[in-house]
Design a binder for this molecule. Structure first.
Ligand SMILES: Nc1ncnc2c1ncn2[C@@H]1O[C@H](COP(=O)(O)OP(=O)(O)OP(=O)(O)O)[C@@H](O)[C@H]1O
Ligand SMILES: [Mg+2]
Length: 316
């Protein structure tokens, strides 16, 4: 398998929608990668994953998963992938063990293999002590872990996870990511969707979706490096005066609040960054603000996303 997932001009339009939910999508995902499909609500993440999992037909373009066409060879794909839908349905009245049994049986796993794999999954996700608990009585984080185990029980080559960590507490989120990292180390290819930019940073490759279109794709490092801005963070008090001064200062392409700081994007052109820093410090001092810091920051996925979205809005 040279390429795990490949889409070409993939498209889906729902009736009565002004624009397609997924538009002309080209993606290439290599085996062993952890690929993040990142985008806000309604960007088309779920629709994309449904087409890749062969549960929804595209209306234009094509997609191949493990070399198989998602429309013509859907049956061949089923056992090769594990798919965890966004609103996955565990059986609340069944125990943890029974849910795993159920998913293993769907994939016709031989009894011995099934027993071994379920034991392995329970240990791996630390759900062993809860083996007999009804799924309906698990915490949110444990439900996600169980759903992930159910998607993994038949040892798929490719795992498709629709917002695996949405709605779980930060500790469970970290545990889920530890599990995902482990799964990738075992050689499984993962495509997951997430609305969180900090999760995008943890992926090998990222595709940013917005309004059904791919804004960009690449590694987080490549994306940060391609941003034509330097990022400056400032924190000064009173906050109102800080905001006004930032708004009045020339050379700042955009800014947004992050906690009690302002995060500024300044074009990476000769001397502009230095000029903005000097101007800000000068004005802060002139109005006797208490300056906690004005400092350079590493650009992140969120900065890239904000930039690309504003670019798209200005040139639709
Ligand atoms: N079955 C459907 N019928 C009609 N419109 C749909 C259907 N499914 C999705 N849409 C629309 O398609 C667009 C993309 O939806 P999709 O669920 O793929 O986005 P998403 O990125 O998964 O969003 P979220 O973060 O909210 O899960 C949205 O405008 C949505 O309203
Ligand atoms: Mg979704």
């Amino acid at each position: 398998m040279d390429i795990a997932i490949e889409t070409t001009g993939l498209q889906k339009r729902f009736p009565k929608m002004a624009q397609p939910a997924v538009h002309d999508l080209d993606l290439t995902i290599y085996p062993g990668q952890l690929f993040g499909l990142v985008g806000p609500d309604g960007a088309g993440k779920t629709t994309t994953l449904r087409m890749l999992a062969s549960v929804m037909k595209p209306d234009a373009g094509s997609a191949r998963v493990a070399g198989y066409d998602v429309v013509k060879e859907a049956e061949s794909i089923r056992n090769l992938i594990g798919y965890m839908p966004q609103n996955f349905s565990l059986y609340p009245d069944l125990s943890v063990q029974e849910n795993l049994d159920f998913f293993a049986d769907i994939h016709h796993m031989p009894a011995e293999q099934k027993r071994a794999r379920i034991t392995e999954m329970l240990a791996f996700t630390q759900l062993e002590p809860f083996r007999q608990r009804r799924a309906g009585n698990l915490s949110g984080g444990m439900k996600k872990k169980l759903a992930l185990s159910c998607a993994l029980v038949h040892a798929p080559q490719i795992l498709m996870l629709d917002e695996p960590s949405t709605g779980v507490d930060p500790v469970s989120r970290r545990e889920l990511w530890t599990i995902l990292t482990e799964v990738v180390q075992q050689g499984v290819t993962i495509i997951l969707s997430t609305p969180y930019m900090d999760e995008a940073e943890r992926c090998h490759q990222v595709g940013m979706l917005y309004d059904g279109s791919l804004l960009t794709s690449g590694s987080p490092e490549e994306m940060s490096a391609s941003l034509p801005f330097a990022i400056i963070e400032v924190k000064a008090r009173p906050r109102k005066a800080m905001r006004r001064i930032v708004a009045e200062t020339a050379g700042i392409a955009g800014w947004r609040p992050v906690g009690d700081r302002l995060r500024l994007a300044v074009p990476n052109e000769n001397g502009q960054v230095k000029g903005v820093l000097q101007a800000l410090n000068h004005k802060f001092a002139g109005e006797a603000l208490v300056v906690d810091f004005t400092r350079m920051e590493r650009p992140g996925m969120e900065d890239v996303f904000v930039h690309l979205v504003s670019q798209r809005r200005n040139n639709p």
